[in-house]
Design a protein around this ligand. Structure first.
Ligand SMILES: NC(=O)c1ccc[n+]([C@@H]2O[C@H](COP(=O)([O-])OP(=O)(O)OC[C@H]3O[C@@H](n4cnc5c(N)ncnc54)[C@H](OP(=O)(O)O)[C@@H]3O)[C@@H](O)[C@H]2O)c1
Length: 349
């Protein structure tokens, strides 16, 4: 049994984490905190937790968190996490950070896209990017996990096999992404109120979104080459869910040694290649070729569903996740399960 704390407990990701962790057989929640003026019993804020979680939620008290928890989830906005994580890590605690503070290894890129200073370069070096399907072995030994962003989780899982098999032209990857409104967090903002969102559908931060460099960073590691995807996010008039349609051109000018491997891969069918790539993964489901996922099939689950079809010159990949689960809290718990050698699906099924 481990004692865990959640900082940012009243946000969307924090609330979702708590919903998972109270059902987790190996976890005891011992500290809840948020930016909160007056300490309140958590179930007064969220009556659905009455009689299951009646802890008091208050401003983060680092000494208390250190004495009460061995693992701390930071479900905080970026910049807030890097103010808290170092004290916890210095005290020997483990940290899973859901913000972007430890995701981007290149400080200049972080500062450009998040418009703020990166103030913790020491732990930035140590942080492990917490995408279990690619970095499980490193996650096992990690003290600090940079839990991936929601759009990047979907995009990277959708593209990793195609890149690993050398199937795509890396210079032209187009990601057309859509997210429900909870992706923006619980904070109040005029452009996110019901009457603005409802019955509308629009693109935002076109090719400038802060998740774009995260996708580029991770795909570049897989391809061993610089990558610049085209990334256009859209806001769906829904509470939750992310669906991305990804267009890639097939690799045309292959070195002689790779041509036969490439042909063989496409002869087998991309769907079977993807199934093989993810065969041991508990939370990635691959559709049969030509069958594509929908949001309803993944919302409320930690699954990432992927459909892929080869159209000759172009390959289309469609991927769907729940932004608050596989895109945030579910993935954070999956990472915790790996770090503590609990069954990977504990609390998540
Ligand atoms: N929403 C998603 O789909 C999603 C997906 C992946 C990753 N993430 C990331 O996860 C993090 C949390 O996201 P969210 O959607 O849950 O955001 P949110 O709904 O805005 O919640 C943020 C939480 O942090 C608390 N907080 C803010 N500043 C604080 C401070 N200085 N000290 C202590 N607590 C503070 C807030 O408390 P108050 O409510 O009292 O202000 C609230 O509990 C963000 O970094 C986000 O980018 C979110």
């Amino acid at each position: 049994m481990i004692n865990v704390g959640i900082v940012g407990a009243t946000g969307y990701a924090g609330e979702e984490l708590i919903g998972i962790l109270i059902r987790h057989p190996k976890v005891r929640i011992t500290n809840l905190s948020a930016k909160i003026v007056k300490p309140r019993v958590f179930s007064e804020i969220f009556p659905k937790f009455k009689n299951t979680l009646d802890l008091v939620c208050a401003e983060p008290d680092i000494k208390k968190i250190i004495s009460q928890c061995e693992l701390v989830f930071l479900a905080l906005p970026h910049t807030a996490s890097m103010k808290i994580a170092p004290s916890l890590l210095n005290a020997g605690k483990k940290v899973i950070d859901l913000s972007a503070d430890y995701r981007l290894k290149d400080v200049k890129t972080y500062e450009k896209f998040y418009k703020t200073k990166q103030k913790d370069r020491v732990y930035l070096k140590e942080a492990i990017y917490g995408l279990p399907e690619l970095y499980r072995e490193k996650i096992k030994k990690a003290r600090l996990i940079a839990n991936p962003g929601c759009y990047p989780t979907a995009a990277i899982l959708a593209l990793a096999p195609a890149i690993a098999f050398g199937l795509v032209d890396l210079s032209q990857i187009i990601i057309d992404a859509k997210s429900g409104v909870s992706g923006a967090g619980r904070k109040a903002a005029e452009e996110l109120i019901f009457s603005e969102i409802n019955e509308d559908f629009k693109a935002y931060k076109v090719n400038t979104h802060q998740h774009m460099p995260e996708i580029n960073q991770e795909l570049a590691k897989l391809a061993n080459k610089l990558i610049n995807v085209t990334f256009v996010p859209h806001l769906l008039p829904l509470n939750r869910g992310i669906l991305e349609t990804i267009y890639v051109k097939t690799q045309r000018h292959l070195p002689a040694g790779r041509q036969s491997r490439h042909k063989e891969a496409r002869r087998q069918g991309l769907s079977s290649l993807y199934k093989k790539f993810y065969e041991k993964e508990p939370f990635v489901r691959i559709k049969d070729e030509g069958d594509f996922p929908t949001l309803k099939e993944v919302v409320g689950t930690n699954f990432c569903d992927i459909g892929i079809k080869d159209y000759g010159n172009i390959i289309i990949i469609i991927v769907a996740i729940d932004n608050l689960l596989k895109g945030a809290a579910g993935q954070a718990v999956q990472n915790m399960n790996i770090m503590y050698e609990f069954p990977e699906y504990s609390g998540l099924t």
